[in-house]
Design a protein around this ligand. Structure first.
Ligand SMILES: *Cc1c(COP(=O)(O)O)cnc(C)c1O
Length: 397
């Protein structure tokens, strides 16, 4: 019979040092410190109550257009279309970028599953390319090498010579809020005539040079899921400077219903993807607080970096040169000779009530995406074995 209390697990001095460093930054807290909790404050109660009091709770109402206008202004994009979540935003953005059934879409394997799923919803296939260690995002050199290896221009498009499929778009993703090398990617995509759809789901408040992420591609998307930097409960936004695309986005996300006083005329198979007013009300209140949230996030990231500077064998993933990250999710990167400590460290952090997780399982290692075309992915594999996300709520700073 085993003892009621679990036997003391042997913890290495390294693991203990990292746990102490994280605990030192987070301070004493009751219960488990979550990986990421929303910070609800300011006018949230007031705005949501206005929806309840007026009965405007659903997919029409003043908060939806107000949230779109204010978010577009904050980001510096001409049009923002609010939808039910970031995955839906990406699905529609890909459709509007011209992704068709049978196409392939180039993207990192190191991403949240939604990036690949949105491609699948279009009937297209993800095609994985490696990331760079500096940004954790798509590596322009790897993308260029892959295109030189497999792509050919014909019939006004770019095609994969091996599969025969059209390469319809590329989807860079700003991992944990750290901007990807956009100049490099834009360069490669201009050369090949490929369309960029930016998955900026995690990077609201992140800037590449002086421009907000999500504004570099033909279209971009943001997520307001419960764990993102601001939350609408669930929600997403499609971003574009193109008026026609914005109108198409609105149309397609409201069941493609033609404006008419009483008739139900739908001129294509659309989606019921519009954001409800209740969620937008929360979004308006959250957006008012974004500067403070960003300051807190960056303070927390700085304190983690200082603490990890004292621990040999590990460092914090830093914001790329020339960028300003929203510091959404803090990531530890174990040195290569400490990679085998990842799982013992995850166990010890979680045992200590500091909710921590490895990075996502790379897409090409999931059964659902294992058969997709892919380049060599050495950096993806290496990073996936060494990254640990640690508690990152703005409230911890
Ligand atoms: C969160 C996220 C999404 C999807 O957003 P949801 O609002 O959860 O649907 C897409 N891509 C990435 C990289 C994300 O982190």
């Amino acid at each position: 019979m085993s003892n009621a209390s679990s036997p003391a697990i042997q913890i290495s001095p390294f693991v203990q040092q990292v746990v102490d460093a994280v605990a030192g930054v987070v301070g004493r807290r009751d219960g488990v410190v979550p990986l990421h909790a929303p910070t609800i404050e300011g006018h949230a109660w007031d705005y949501v109550k206005q929806c309840l009091d007026t009965g405007w709770v659903s997919s029409a109402g003043e908060f939806v257009s107000r949230f779109e206008t204010e978010l577009a202004e904050y980001i510096g994009v001409k049009h923002a279309v609010a939808v039910v979540n970031g995955t839906a935003a990406l699905h529609v953005a890909l459709r509007l970028a011209g992704v068709e059934p049978g196409d392939e879409v180039l993207m990192p394997s190191l991403t949240f599953v939604a990036t690949a799923n949105a491609v699948s919803y279009c009937g297209a296939t993800p095609h994985f390319v490696d990331v760079s260690e500096a940004t954790l995002g798509l590596d322009p050199a790897a993308l260029d090498a892959r295109l030189n290896d497999i792509a050919e221009r014909r019939d006004g498009g770019v095609f994969n010579r091996k599969t025969g499929a059209r390469l319809a778009a590329i989807v860079p993703m700003h991992t944990f809020g750290h901007p990807v090398d956009l100049d490099g990617l834009l360069n490669v995509c201009d050369n090949w005539g490929l369309t960029i759809v930016e998955d900026a789901a995690e990077s609201l408040g992140s800037f590449y040079h002086d421009r907000h992420t999500g504004t570099f591609g033909r279209l971009g998307i943001i997520s307001f899921n419960g764990n993102k930097i601001i939350s609408t409960g669930g929600g997403g936004m499609i971003l574009t400077d193109d008026e026609t695309l914005a109108q198409r986005a609105r149309h397609l996300t409201t069941t493609a219903k033609r404006p008419h006083t009483w008739e139900y005329i739908h001129d294509e198979v659309g989606y019921n993807y519009r954001m409800p007013n209740l969620n937008a009300a929360l979004g308006c209140a959250q957006l008012e607080r974004i500067d403070d949230l960003l300051a807190s996030k960056r303070r927390l990231a700085r304190r983690y970096a200082e603490a990890m500077d004292q621990v040999p064998g590990v460092r914090m993933v830093a914001e790329p040169q020339g960028c300003r990250s929203n510091a959404w999710l803090n990531a530890l990167l174990l040195d290569e000779d400490h990679a085998e400590q990842r799982d013992p460290l995850l166990a010890a952090l979680n045992d200590a009530g500091l909710q921590s997780r490895p990075v996502w399982r790379p897409m090409h290692e999931l059964d659902i995406y294992a058969a997709c075309p892919r380049a060599d992915l050495p950096i993806t594999r290496d990073l996936a074995a060494r990254i640990i996300n640690i508690p990152s709520s703005a409230g911890l700073a």
